[in-house]
Design a protein around this ligand. Structure first.
Ligand SMILES: [Zn+2]
Length: 175
């Protein structure tokens, strides 16, 4: 599969993803092709809507302390359901679909997530730290929500200006 990251303000990112019902080779191929995109772009998470596929599919790979993202850190999460949201934390988030922009975002500190793996088996995990933040960020994507939607309105306006400028400059450079 040849895949490209969908970038803001593409309306595709606002689409609500739907449940995966078949855990077949199409799903496996999709997951296998999402992983290198995430790793090569230094992402820690990627939802399938970010490559234009509106399904409840996301992958995560939280780096080790040395910054490496070994395959054993890879989490494939299908049809996630969040519960047990507790506490509060702030982290400077970025998004592969909103390039070159980072902003402090408030999230729950810990969450539980029930999900299925690529073969449809059911699992649940409790997440804290960066994993918890990344899971919440990616599940937002499945609901058509971006981290910039959480900015206060004055900051959001500033972002829109800066982002437009960035897109213009990038176009100019022919990238
Ligand atoms: Zn994102």
């Amino acid at each position: 599969m040849k895949l490209k990251i969908v970038e803001y303000p593409d309306k595709k990112l606002r689409e609500k993803s739907t449940k995966v019902k078949e855990f077949n080779s199409w799903l496996h191929k999709l997951l296998d092709s999402m992983n290198p995109i995430m790793i090569n772009t230094n992402g820690i998470g990627l939802a399938s809507i970010q490559i234009g596929i509106a399904k409840n599919i996301l992958i995560l790979n939280i780096p080790n302390e040395d910054g490496e993202q070994p395959d054993e850190n890879l989490l494939e999460i299908i049809n996630p359901v969040l519960s047990n949201q507790k506490g509060e934390t702030t982290y400077q988030e970025g998004c592969l679909s909103v390039p070159s922009f980072y902003e402090d975002i408030n999230r729950f500190e810990t969450v539980s997530v029930a999900y299925q793996d690529r073969d449809g088996n059911h699992h649940s995990i409790e997440a804290d730290g960066l994993l918890s933040i990344a899971i919440q960020h990616e599940i937002d994507h499945l609901n058509g929500i971006l981290f910039i939607d959480k900015l206060a309105s004055s900051r959001r306006r500033k972002f829109e200006k800066e982002y437009k400028k960035m897109l213009k400059e990038r176009k100019h450079k022919g990238k």
